[in-house]
Write a protein that binds this ligand. Structure first.
Ligand code: C5P
Ligand code: MG
Length: 194
């Protein structure tokens, strides 16, 4: 099994790259942002709970997000491995994920962070907002809030896994193909060491 965290700020290309990586390595892709959007689209109790946080560009409380993530992992008992995209976003979520992986008899093998600077992030998200229909992609104030939340609450997750010797940086600018090749090189190097 290989379990990866695809890490990086909003708009760094996690979703785009995860879609390709699942085919390449036969993994299950879990995007907590996509899960929330699905729940909101269906007006479920979970979606209704999450909505106001997401609209402001804030994090949904840990217990809600962790519970949703746990259900999704447990729905795939035969998975060859997972790519976690947009999760964990806090140290508490990281600790819960390690605990869950441990219960499943496995662990997180690596966190791979896509590096993209703020100006490019804002450009990319605004561009995505023109077609995504996501209100949190369309307002520069909300986008900047998401970046601030990322810096304050989420970057410590990089250090948390660095402490376990598991964090890796990959340059996240250039063509989608070039970034994919860099990610595969990082994963293959890791695979060889497992
Ligand atoms: O991952 P993505 O950028 O698609 O997430 C969109 C929004 O969903 C975030 O800005 C945040 O409000 C919420 N979210 C969260 N906790 C997560 C993942 C997403 O609160 N672990
Ligand atoms: Mg995404």
């Amino acid at each position: 099994m290989i379990n990866l965290i695809l890490f990086g700020p909003p708009g760094s290309g996690k979703g785009t790259q995860a879609e390709r990586l699942v085919d390449q390595y036969n993994l299950v892709h879990i995007s907590t942002g996509d899960l929330f959007r699905y729940e909101m689209g269906n007006n479920t109790p979970l979606g209704i709970q999450a909505k106001s946080f997401i609209a402001r560009g804030e994090l949904v409380p840990d217990e809600i997000t962790i519970g949703m993530l746990r259900n999704k992992v447990e729905a795939h008992p035969d998975a060859n491995g997972f790519i976690f995209d947009g999760f964990p976003r806090t140290i508490r979520q990281a600790e819960a994920l390690d605990h869950l992986m441990n219960e499943e008899g496995t662990s997180i093998h690596a966190l791979i962070a896509l590096q993209v600077d703020d100006d490019e992030i804002i450009q990319r998200i605004k561009l995505r907002g023109a077609t995504s229909g996501r209100s949190d992609d369309s307002d520069e104030g909300i986008i900047r809030n998401r970046l601030d939340v990322y810096k304050k609450e989420t970057t410590p997750v990089f250090d948390y896994y660095a402490g376990q010797g598991k964090s890796h940086l990959v340059e996240g600018t250039g063509s989608i193909d070039a970034i994919f090749d860099r990610l595969c090189a990082a994963i293959n190097a890791l695979h060889a060491g497992l």
